[in-house]
Design a protein around this ligand. Structure first.
Ligand code: FAD
Length: 332
């Protein structure tokens, strides 16, 4: 199922609103077993794509690829690979992109990545590629080179002809930060960075999670004024426990959703907290869709129930029935 370059093309009155999911590679064999079941649950309602994160410094290369291969071979959903360029030389980055393309992965989320833990301030940790824009260009270049090799005359004994090639187009997504990248000097820099990524060949942007509709809608407006034309897909995460909300706020530096935070902290029931988180994500989704969002990208934490409940609440799918795999429950 190819992802549209512009999901909003699907969002007309008769077409359904597209949705997609983010997964992370499992850290243990038991978690991997559970993940295959989760992927099947998430694949059932027909997402546009499922993306798989990439560990800092390439730490999850093998396990990310394993999940992407599973999505490719065991579902009809398009797999989208996160890739980062931190610490890579040009040669290593080329080889990495080739490896993913060879595995049949043709959709990417090109990221700069974060400094390794303990790295000193400044950009010395980066390697040869300084920004996500450069990785976007590299992915397109590697794909073009591969396509050229595929159409070179073969050296068969009979002197055979050209090998046919469909020149399959790669799709490259990039990150966007409605509330600013933690190291950004202001919203103009965030918009300029997104514009630079579009110029480099990005076909869609996926946002950092956020908890206030106006933050996303204002950023999209500002980006449009600046000349960004690629769809900006909102990334959302139902905060289903108070602990998870705190952890996310700490990691992202996002503005605290006061009402959600108060309700989560006031509740002692995990079921009730989950309902509160889903309810908040549903109303946020409805608000941004009404404001023109081209679809919904849901951070799953490798669990299907909460995100499917959000989609159900928004009216995009029928209510999920099966319980969460018990060994996927997280403490956060
Ligand atoms: P960039 O777009 O390169 O921006 C980083 C900085 O460089 C910014 O300050 C920007 O202003 C500056 N900059 C960018 N382009 C230029 C330019 N052309 N000229 C001058 N300056 C420029 N991290 C992971 O390690 N693995 C993941 O799987 C992962 N998935 C993510 C998914 C999403 C949806 C999001 C939003 C983030 C994800 N991250 C992931 C985190 C991401 O790697 C970090 O936020 C990182 O610090 C920035 O990545 P970027 O791609 O936005 O960087």
């Amino acid at each position: 199922m190819p992802a549209p370059d512009n999901p909003s093309e699907n969002a007309g009155s008769s077409a359904r609103i597209p949705f997609s999911f983010e997964l992370f590679p499992p850290r243990t064999p038991a978690a991997a077993q559970s993940l295959w079941g989760t992927i099947q649950q998430l694949a059932a309602p027909g997402p546009e794509f499922m993306s798989v994160t990439y560990g800092a410094n390439g730490s999850s290369r093998e396990s990310s690829l394993e999940v992407l291969r599973y999505i490719l071979s065991e579902t009809s959903v398009l797999p989208l690979a996160h890739l980062t360029c931190v610490g890579s030389s040009h040669f290593e980055a080329n080889r990495l992109v080739r490896e993913f393309l060879d595995a049949g992965i043709t959709s990417f989320l090109a990221l700069r990545g974060d400094p390794p833990r303990g790295a000193v301030e400044g950009d010395h940790f980066l390697g040869d590629l300084g920004s996500a824009s450069e990785l976007v260009q590299l992915i397109h270049r590697v794909q073009t080179e591969r396509a050229q090799y595929a159409t070179l005359p073969s050296r068969s004994a009979s002197g055979g002809g050209a090998i046919p090639s469909s020149r399959q187009k790669v799709r490259v997504a990039v990150a966007a930060f409605p509330n600013g990248h933690p190291r950004s000097k202001g919203s103009n820099q965030d918009v300029d960075t997104l514009l630079a990524k579009q110029v480099s060949g990005a076909t869609i942007a996926i946002t950092q999670l956020f908890f206030h509709a106006e933050d996303y809608l204002a950023f999209v407006d500002q980006a449009h004024v600046a000349g960004v034309t690629i769809p900006i897909l909102p990334g959302l995460m139902p905060a289903t426990t108070a602990t998870r909300l705190e952890r996310i706020l700490e990691l992202t530096g996002e503005r605290r959703p006061e009402e959600l935070s108060r309700r989560l902290h006031a509740s002692e029931s995990t079921d009730e907290q989950s309902d509160i988180g889903v309810e908040h994500a549903v109303s946020l989704s409805l608000e941004i869709l009404a404001g023109g969002a081209p679809g919904l990208h849901l951070y799953t934490f490798n669990q299907h129930r909460a995100v499917l409940s959000v989609l159900d609440g928004v009216g995009l799918i029928a209510r999920p029935t099966s319980p969460e795999s018990p060994n996927l429950k997280e403490s956060a």
